[in-house]
Design a protein around this ligand. Structure first.
Ligand code: TYD
Ligand code: MG
Length: 454
């Protein structure tokens, strides 16, 4: 097939026939890479020679049987919407060392144990290295058929012959299509090799699980450009130094997106975390600046601890540092606190973090962040050994509280752990100021201090 050159921006995906030093799409320098694409035939009405296709009514079409390849790893199956779907392409992204190979090996081992045909394609590690990992995970993992290959044509040919139901490709960044001149990991290679795997996946009803590395700032654009191509995008997150890992579905054509699963990296692989709330909230009297947030991970409630520290600043502008929450959300909450609760922190450094290395990505964390900051500023703990303020709710720019998803589940989770009172938006609690008064009144009565906002 004849090919022609196309230049694609690694950052934004902009395409051009000509090479540019600076991408006309996003303005980045030196991001255009060459990609060879098959020559397209000129399109046009009858002259193109294509035959028209007869449409059919949906009612006359048999629905696809929803066969699922359940791994039995409950946290993974739930995030997938019940298991892998044959003929689908799943992208699992995550930073190096987070545990992607471990998770995919465990999934492959589980399906192999159930008698399903599986293929593990390792492009990064030698078969011996893959075996070492499998040994740690368990003897079942040693039954996984493995090939070490990076040439996408060879992988596709193997798929055609072996006909597995699940094929793990670790990782998409090392795959290469020898027709292309660009290096493995470039946008051109990543896109082209994934497209070729997709074609085989659909035709042979194989579920292809692509592993992709993503750096902290998402700098490697490779996997990003695949997001529209694949059926399901999973992200594996957590702090490398700590054990807790969260698997999230950002996109899922066969289930709810936003679903999350929790794991812990142990010596013998990843262990499912059944009750994360129990682990994330410390008992006893909380220090000032600490508030329990009843968050939502996917469809499940999860209690975690928001901690704030406010200290005089020695820099201009003062520092605003977050771990586990969005920095812009903190800026918004601080601005509302300054404007509507009279909080003066213009000369203070503010640090806010979610204990345990968890990341909470919902506006429902706002109220807990606000309470934690005020508690830190005042040096007054929000609770004691017997009670613990729990909060959730979004804070609006007008100082109002906004309802968030699934309040009943969040309340039930707090109750399950005997925590409370819960401060949350409702008919009788509509403003941040009132919420502050309510939260501090709880401890204020016991300690005899006043309950003013800030
Ligand atoms: P790995 O799955 O190779 O990460 P990735 O494929 O995302 O780069 O494993 C990451 C880390 O996990 C590695 O430092 C070793 C550690 N590990 C365990 O703690 N327990 C285990 O059972 C395994 C297999 C790995
Ligand atoms: Mg790996």
């Amino acid at each position: 097939m004849a090919t022609q050159a196309l230049h694609v921006c690694a950052r934004c995906g902009f395409e051009s026939r000509r090479w540019h030093g600076r991408c006309p799409g996003c303005g980045s320098w030196n991001t255009l890479v060459e990609q060879r694409v098959p020559e397209r035939r000129p399109s046009g009405g009858a002259s193109s020679g294509a035959q028209p296709v007869v449409p059919r009514r949906l009612a006359d079409i048999e629905a696809d049987v929803d066969r699922r390849l359940a791994t039995g790893i409950a946290e993974l199956d739930r995030v997938l919407g019940g298991g892998f779907v044959p003929g689908s392409l799943v992208l699992l992204g995550g930073e190096p060392g987070i545990g992607k190979s471990t998770l995919t090996t465990m999934a492959a081992a589980a399906l192999t144990a159930e008698g399903e045909r599986v293929l593990y394609v390792s492009g990064e590690e030698s078969a011996g290295q893959v075996r070492l990992r499998a040994e740690r995970i368990g003897s079942g993992a040693l039954q996984i058929p493995v090939i070490c290959e990076t040439d996408v044509a060879a992988i596709c040919a193997t798929l055609e012959r072996e006909r597995p139901v699940l094929c793990v490709v670790d990782s998409v960044q090392v795959l290469r299509d020898p027709v292309l001149t660009s290096a493995p990991g470039s946008v051109a290679q990543v896109r082209e090799t994934a497209a070729r795997l997709l074609e085989v996946a659909k035709r042979r009803r194989v579920c292809v699980l692509l592993v992709g590395h993503v750096t902290k700032d998402g700098a490697i654009a490779g996997p990003r450009t695949l997001e529209h191509l694949v059926d399901c995008v999973l992200a594996f997150e957590g702090e490398r130094e700590r054990g807790l890992r969260v698997l999230r579905a950002f996109k899922n054509r066969f289930g709810a997106s936003g679903e999350a699963g929790l794991f812990e990296l142990a010596d013998e692989g990843l262990v499912e975390v059944v009750d994360a709330s129990a682990r994330l909230v410390a008992g006893g009297t909380p220090p000032p600046g600490s508030v329990v947030l009843s968050a939502l991970e996917g469809s499940r409630p999860l209690l975690c601890e928001v901690q704030a520290l406010v200290v005089p600043s020695e820099t201009v502008p003062p520092r605003r540092v977050t771990a586990g929450i969005d920095r812009n959300r903190l800026a918004l909450v601080l601005a509302v606190l300054q404007r509507y609760a009279g909080l003066r922190i213009g000369n203070s450094d503010v640090f806010v973090s979610i204990a345990g290395g968890l990341r909470v990505d919902e506006p429902g964390a706002d109220l807990a962040v606000a309470l934690a900051v005020v508690s830190a500023v005042r040096g007054v703990p929000l609770g004691d050994a017997g009670r613990r303020v729990v909060a959730f709710g979004e804070v609006g720019l007008g100082g109002e509280l906004r309802a968030v998803a699934r309040p009943e589940r969040r309340l039930a989770e707090a109750e399950r752990f005997g925590l409370g009172p819960v401060v949350a938006p409702g008919a009788e609690l509509r403003y941040l100021r009132a919420a502050l008064v309510r939260a501090f009144a709880v401890v204020g009565q016991r300690q005899g201090s006043g309950g003013s906002a800030a």
